[in-house]
Write a protein that binds this ligand. Structure first.
Ligand code: ADP
Ligand code: MG
Length: 234
């Protein structure tokens, strides 16, 4: 079944790329649900950014891994956040997506952004970072969380205490992978990647692709599609 999926994906990707680039793509054309389109409208997002335009259809259509490279400020959060919102099940009873970010500020920001895009969908998205009272995190995790946005150190801490299980993920996202390496989290990141279930989709987003980041991609990701957006902020 995976082979067929990939074939369909390759074809749709081809047709997608051959679109006339002068015609503006809409969020609706990317295949998002009515509820998400409403959330986008109330947030004031009128049309997708280039990285969103290219990654969202790929993630909605197939069981695929993606390495996305685009500068800061180009909308990478919604590029992975929207497909996650569409995929996560209400009352799933497990952590369905883990997003690793290099700093607590980013964890909060990414969790806020995804929360603001989830519309009426009843899913819980929380940031989990060091410096936050750990007993409050125990409580939140016990109540059940669908999507976690965390910093590597604190996620490792919960894994070791047994308060967080990453054995049923649908998505594992590395956000700002280059920054995570720069900040010295590469060993933690690798350990977390290695202990999560392998039948997940892994998405890696980064502004730059140093060798250390490429090595993570080749070691921990299946065949992946690379989406590169050159600086075309207008
Ligand atoms: P990156 O992760 O690439 O640095 P962000 O996801 O943080 O970028 O997005 C940068 C800013 O652009 C955020 O304030 C976000 O809400 C906004 N943004 C993202 N996508 C859109 C869009 N399609 N239309 C308008 N604003 C957007
Ligand atoms: Mg970002």
């Amino acid at each position: 079944a995976q082979g067929i999926d990939r074939f369909r994906l390759a074809r749709s990707h081809f047709f997608y790329m051959s679109h006339d680039k002068d015609t503006m793509t809409t969020f609706q054309e990317l295949g998002l649900s009515a509820g998400t389109l409403e959330a986008l409208e109330s947030k004031g997002f009128e049309s997708p950014t280039p990285i969103q335009e290219r990654t969202i259809p790929l993630l909605l259509q197939g069981n695929i891994d993606i390495v996305g490279q685009a500068q800061t400020g180009t909308g990478k959060t919604a590029a992975f956040g929207l497909p996650i919102i569409e995929t996560v099940q209400e009352k799933g009873g497990r952590v369905q997506a883990l997003i690793l970010t290099p700093t607590r500020e980013l964890a909060i920001q990414v969790a806020d952004e995804i929360n603001s895009l989830k519309g009426n969908k009843r899913i819980r998205i929380i940031p989990v970072y060091g410096g936050q009272a750990i007993h409050m995190q125990f409580k939140a995790l016990k109540r059940g969380v669908d999507v976690i946005v965390g910093t590597p150190g604190r996620i490792m801490d919960h894994m070791k205490r047994g308060t967080l299980k990453l054995d049923q993920l649908d998505f594992f996202v590395l956000d700002e992978a280059d920054e995570m390496c720069n900040m010295g989290f590469v060993d933690d990141v690798r350990e977390i990647l290695a202990s999560a279930n392998t039948d997940r989709r892994t998405l890696l987003f980064s502004a730059t692709m140093p060798r250390e980041v490429m090595r993570i991609a080749t070691e921990f990701m299946r065949d992946y599609e690379t989406v590169t957006v050159k600086t075309t902020k207008n």
